[in-house]
Design a protein around this ligand. Structure first.
Ligand SMILES: [Cu+2]
Length: 620
């Protein structure tokens, strides 16, 4: 059994009440200011004395990283990129560690790559091989997932803890290596181990291709995300605790490319993300929602935007004033810098109506600044002012048309799923697909399947749900041959879920409120409907997606809200088992599974809530 190790929060507590958080935030802001003053003082002494400057200062109970902020230019894609270059290997060498940093002015512990927040850009051409050496220098285990990569032939590089891999223990290294084939556009990567991606382990992954036809003078990444002032390891036990009926932790604010200004702390060392976009030029903005929970409405004052890409799928230009982006989704838009003023607000607003409560001091909107010139003045512009939709659902993409037409073939199999939350043992609220509430398996389901198939174990052989696994925890659906699969999901939950399928893109054949009208099934539009890898099912709604199950491996299908995933909302597809049966999972991938005693962090066993559950209902 992996050891669950709580990470202390910045003030050394495992669990922080909201009141304590506010007090601690004031203290932290004060400490941070004092830290800055003492840093300036010590620096001046050192410089006057002719001594070399230093990188970090260890002081009164915390150490201050001077340069935790990623240089904004790291997210601007170079105009000199050779999209026609011969396929090559792009190598990266990363160290994961914890730092104390204050992206919005509040000091907290972040888990980061190479000391900076957010994570570095991975950029390549279609056909390139990506090699990323990761050293885990953090307290807990970790695993990186490459969101949207098909991983054709390298399923075990998918980084999904409990499905394809065991995580990288602290103090250990692992090499991710895979070739990017037949896909391009805007992707990202993130930790796929418990909720740790919320704590800073994410970054953009951009694939170029000569087949892409999107034209713009410049090209850059704009990541929006909700943001918490506490480590997810401190919030998770409260979320999963008995009697907490799926009341997700409410974010303290939001950031753009890791930047923002905490509205309740004065003075703040936070900063707003600023984008210098030359006048009269066209600019591609690749939006990615890298957050944990919140869906966003995004708009740029006075600028009509032209949507040109959805989750790595180029689309015919589709004009809009504002778009809604849910967790893990990507939208590229083209902005034409042809207005009169020098600067404009970029507004990314969390749809707080989807939160279990809206705290009085919540500032749901994070601002960024679009500048045509080097002027330092604040924008004086106003938003489009259109009424905000209160439902938590996808941008209406029914009129968005993929530029590379691909019609959906006739389905071979229809799989029906219910998604909901149910209260079970220890009065715990768990997320379910049908009867299954997922927990990451100690031996990844892929590793078990490879062994079981090789030995012709009968419990791995039937098509459909495999009896080889404990259905309470692992729902693995085996699809034989190359079939076209329809997945119809009904959501019996009062919240929305951005569902993501690993290893595939799927066609979105329909989505809505209430129930799918089955009489429309034979007449669905299958002529080039939108393809993507993350789709939202709204509260008490449905979604129907279709994919061709041709990619060998064990692939997770799950809600991308970090809290819901950890509460169990995940099932798996075993596709092309005929090929998987002949695999040998590389020893370095399986090696971490042989030493569970090395693992740290991760999910919380239900038994840990036994004492709490013994209290009377409603007891404090
Ligand atoms: Cu969900």
């Amino acid at each position: 059994m992996a050891v669950y190790q709580k990470l202390p929060t910045s003030e050394g507590k495992d669990v922080t009440t909201p009141q304590l958080t506010k007090l601690a935030n004031v203290l932290r802001a004060l400490l941070y200011t004092l830290g800055l003053i003492s840093l300036a003082f010590i620096l001046s002494v050192f410089l006057l004395g002719g001594l070399p400057a230093f990188e970090t200062l260890r002081g009164s109970g915390f150490h201050l990283e001077k340069s935790f902020r990623r240089d904004p230019s790291d997210y601007v894609l170079g105009s000199g990129w050779d999209v026609h270059a011969a396929p090559t290997t792009r190598s990266y060498n990363w160290t994961i560690s914890e730092i104390e940093a204050a992206p919005d002015g509040i000091l907290r512990t972040l888990i980061v790559i190479d000391g900076q927040f957010p994570g570095p850009l991975v950029e390549c051409n279609e056909g390139d091989t990506i090699v990323i050496d990761v050293y885990n220098g953090a307290t807990n285990s970790t695993s990186l997932h490459w969101h949207g990569q098909s991983q054709n032939g390298t399923n075990w590089m998918d980084g999904t803890t409990g499905v394809t891999n065991c995580p990288i223990p602290p103090g250990k290294s692992f090499r991710y290596e895979f070739t990017v084939r037949e896909q391009w556009g805007t992707y990202w990567y993130h930790a796929h181990f418990s909720t740790s991606r919320i704590d800073g382990l994410f970054g953009p992954f951009i694939i170029h291709s000569p087949k892409e036809n999107i034209q713009s003078d410049t090209d850059r990444i704009v990541m929006v995300h909700d943001y918490y002032h506490d480590l997810s390891a401190a919030l998770l036990p409260q979320y999963l605790a008995p009697d907490n009926e799926n009341d997700e932790p409410v974010p303290d604010g939001a950031l753009i490319n890791g930047m923002g200004i905490c509205s309740t702390c004065e003075p703040s060392s936070g900063k707003l993300a600023t984008f210098g976009l030359d006048r009269d030029k066209t600019h591609r903005l690749r939006f990615i929602n890298v957050g944990a929970f919140a869906e966003f409405d995004v708009e740029i004052d006075q600028h009509e935007l032209s949507l040109v890409e959805v989750d790595g799928v180029e689309v015919e230009p589709y004009n809009l004033h504002r778009f809604r982006i849910n967790v893990a989704q990507r939208y590229s838009v083209i902005l034409h810098a042809n207005h009169a003023a020098d600067s404009y607000w970029l507004r990314a607003r969390m749809i707080a109506h989807c939160f279990p409560e809206i705290p009085e001091d919540l500032e749901p909107e994070v601002l960024g600044i679009i500048r045509y010139s080097s002027s330092e003045e604040q924008p004086a512009t106003k938003g489009w002012g259109e009424a905000m939709e209160l439902e938590c659902k996808d941008l209406n993409t029914s009129e968005v048309i993929p530029a590379v037409a691909m019609s959906a073939p006739e389905p071979d199999v229809l799989i029906y799923l219910r998604s909901n939350f149910e209260i079970g043992a220890y009065r715990l609220s768990r997320g379910f697909f049908n009867k299954t509430s997922w927990r990451p398996a100690e031996v990844p389901t892929l590793v078990e399947a490879v062994d079981g198939l090789a030995k012709a174990n009968k419990s791995f052989s039937p098509e459909g749900i495999l009896p080889a696994y404990d259905i309470n925890r692992q729902m693995v659906y085996r699809v034989d041959g190359i079939k076209t699969v329809d997945l119809l999901i009904d959501n019996f939950d009062d919240g929305n879920h951005p569902f993501h399928l690993h290893g595939y893109k799927f066609w979105v054949l329909g989505q809505g409120r209430g129930y799918f009208d089955k009489s429309t099934y034979p007449s669905l539009n299958t002529t080039n409907p939108l393809r993507r890898d993350t789709v939202t099912i709204e509260a008490y709604g449905w979604v129907l997606i279709r994919f061709v199950a041709d990619n060998p491996g064990m692939w997770a299908f799950h809600c991308h809200i970090a809290w819901h995933l950890e509460a169990g909302m995940l099932m798996q597809f075993l596709t092309r088992p005929d090929i998987v049966a002949g695999w040998k999972v590389p020893e370095d991938v399986k090696g971490f599974c042989d030493h569970p005693e090395d693992q740290r962090g991760g999910g919380i066993p239900d038994e840990d809530f036994y004492e709490l559950a013994k209290r009377p209902v409603g007891g404090g």
